[in-house]
Design a protein around this ligand. Structure first.
Ligand code: GLU
Length: 554
């Protein structure tokens, strides 16, 4: 019996050869320097913030080198699969605008290098496994789970490295005849790769993020083909990244320890390995100690939670870019009219240690982003948010788009627009007082916070005078000067400085006058610029509100 007989016995249906596959999936016809990257999620749950980070880097690298970014569904571990999560992952990725050029899209596939779903590629993997069997570089293993458990226990007791390797790899030494007979007898088996490595020896490899590395050689005879007819991650990575012609494998640093296996697999096939970039994991500060973002414990691990909260996706992407490249933050503040797409990303500027999730940084980027939008954009984006998450808000927005736009336009169309919104979800609540019924509700629910140092009569006089002389159809400065004159009539100094110097002559200063009017208009001491609040409310409503307050003051 030869290894060829054995390979034919195991895979009689496989007629294609590795050379055929090389022709079926020829090298890509791309310009020099163009990179092919991929995002290869397993369908085991939602889109993790770390996965969005990885795919963003994939996307950037392909995009800025005019290469290809593709997606592949890694669903060979059928036990861990969560029904429907592949499509959900892709929908979320696309919602972020991280759209692949080809690959798995959730409900369809696109591209010449597919299928892009690993469970549909069994025939392709078998061709390569058969080739390794014929060359004697892989072998069937008949060890049962119990035998493997027992082996592990002995190794642990003897304090040697655990696993299936060299003298511990029992089935490695079976003769071809023995293996052939066992398969003929119907004994269950997996197929293992026959490693040539020695743990004591080192390999040298360059990682695009971590630089030049010395790692122990792989010497484990890893399983490459499972009894369910599908390959393991390691083997699927070899075959797919070779035949999909990936040039850079960008993945989380948890895969770094498997790199020697992958390097050996590529060498054994005589294939050029892709370059690798192992990205840092995103950490969280948990009571002073750093730990990985946890799928179970942290809501920020699910990137969709930020969208649900109303953060703009652009701010989330920008935030992830600050983790990717330390100089991005400075760049984006200097290039306010640009997006992360224009930023020249480099692997060299990526931090090695896990980045700490920094909510306040995300919030600042978000404020900057929303401040840059036009009033129409703010309206549309808030409406988009409301449609998905808040039916009542949607109704309010649809009823009077112009009014909402006037509100959000306060101090917007200028060189340094106001940066008061972190999320689309908070724009309406922060401005609810503009709406008549909300204003009435606020009046009912809250005590008016007028300064107790002023007599009720003074407050009323100021408001009556303000109503009688109302004129905001002038520029802001003139309006404010008029307010000063009004204040003077009621004993308020024209400025805080004058008041401080002559406290016996005045009861307060112009800021106090503005506060009285502000409270009357908004029920609160804080609001956007009062002059603009008045302009948005318009004369009738301003007068109505003053009457309401006078009524309440009695
Ligand atoms: N399916 C693997 C994962 O979800 C992909 C790792 C890789 O990018 O190679 O972690």
């Amino acid at each position: 019996m030869t290894t060829l007989d054995l390979a034919e016995l195991i895979f009689p249906e496989v007629k294609e050869t590795v050379e055929d596959l090389e022709k079926r999936f020829p090298p890509r016809n791309l310009k020099e320097g163009a990179e092919v990257t991929r995002f290869a999620p397993s369908p085991t749950g939602f889109l993790h913030t770390g996965s969005l980070f990885t795919s963003l880097v994939d996307f950037k690298v392909a995009n800025q080198t005019h290469g290809v970014f593709y997606t592949r569904l890694e669903d060979t571990d059928t036990k861990r699969e969560i029904e429907g999560s592949g499509k959900e992952l892709m929908d979320q990725l696309i919602a972020f605008g991280v759209v692949p050029n080809e690959g798995y899209f959730g409900d369809h596939e696109k591209g010449e290098y597919g299928p892009y779903t690993q469970s549909l590629r069994a025939d392709i993997y078998k061709v390569v496994i058969k080739d390794l069997l014929i060359k004697g570089m892989a072998y069937p293993c008949f060890c049962s789970k119990e035998e493997l458990d027992a082996l592990r226990l002995t190794q642990e007791k003897n304090r040697v490295i655990t696993g299936y390797y060299r003298q511990y790899a029992r089935c490695r030494n079976l003769s071809v005849d023995e293996a052939y007979q066992k398969i003929k007898n119907g004994e269950p088996f997996v197929i293992r790769f026959k490693s040539k490595g020695f743990h004591e020896r080192k390999i040298e490899v360059d990682d695009l993020v971590r630089g030049h590395l010395y790692l122990s050689q792989n010497d484990q005879d890893i399983v490459i083909y499972k009894s369910d007819g599908l390959p393991t991650y390691h083997f699927a990575h070899l075959v797919d990244d070779h035949f999909m012609r990936t040039t850079i494998v960008i993945r989380g640093e948890e895969w770094l320890s498997s790199l020697p296996i992958h390097i050996e697999l590529f060498e054994s096939m005589g294939w050029k390995a892709p370059r690798y970039a192992h990205l840092p994991v995103i950490m969280k500060n948990d009571n002073g100690s750093r730990r990985k973002l946890s799928k179970r414990k942290d809501k920020e691990a699910a990137v969709s939670s930020f969208l649900l909260e109303g953060y703009p996706k652009e701010a989330i992407l920008s935030y992830l870019m600050t983790i990717a490249n330390s100089n991005f933050e400075e760049w984006i503040y200097q290039n306010k009219d640009k997006s992360f797409l224009d930023f020249p990303f480099t692997f060299e500027k990526m931090a090695l240690d896990g980045a700490l999730f920094d909510l306040s940084k995300l919030q600042n980027l978000s404020k900057e982003f929303i401040a840059k939008l036009t009033k129409e954009e703010v309206y549309n984006r808030t409406l988009e948010y409301a449609k998905k998450n808040d039916a009542k808000l949607q109704e309010i927005l649809l009823k009077n788009p112009e009014f909402f736009m006037e509100i959000v336009n306060i101090e917007r169309e200028k060189e340094n627009p106001r940066k008061d919104y972190i999320k689309f979800s908070e724009i309406y609540p922060k401005n609810a007082f503009f709406y008549q019924d909300e204003y009435e509700k606020l009046l009912k629910e809250n005590e008016l916070p007028f300064n107790p140092n002023f007599d009720k009569k003074v407050i009323k006089d100021v408001l009556i005078d303000f109503k009688d002389t109302l004129n905001y159809e002038v520029d802001e400065q003139t309006w404010f000067n008029n307010l000063k004159t009004l204040g003077l009539r009621h004993g308020f100094a024209e400025s805080g400085k004058i008041y401080k110097a002559n406290k016996d002559q005045y009861i307060g200063q112009v800021g106090d006058v503005a506060e009285i009017v502000r409270i009357a208009m908004t029920t609160s001491k804080q609001s956007p610029n009062l002059y603009y609040v008045l302009r948005v409310l318009k004369k009738d409503e301003v007068c109505r509100r003053i009457s309401r307050i006078l009524e309440i003051l009695g």
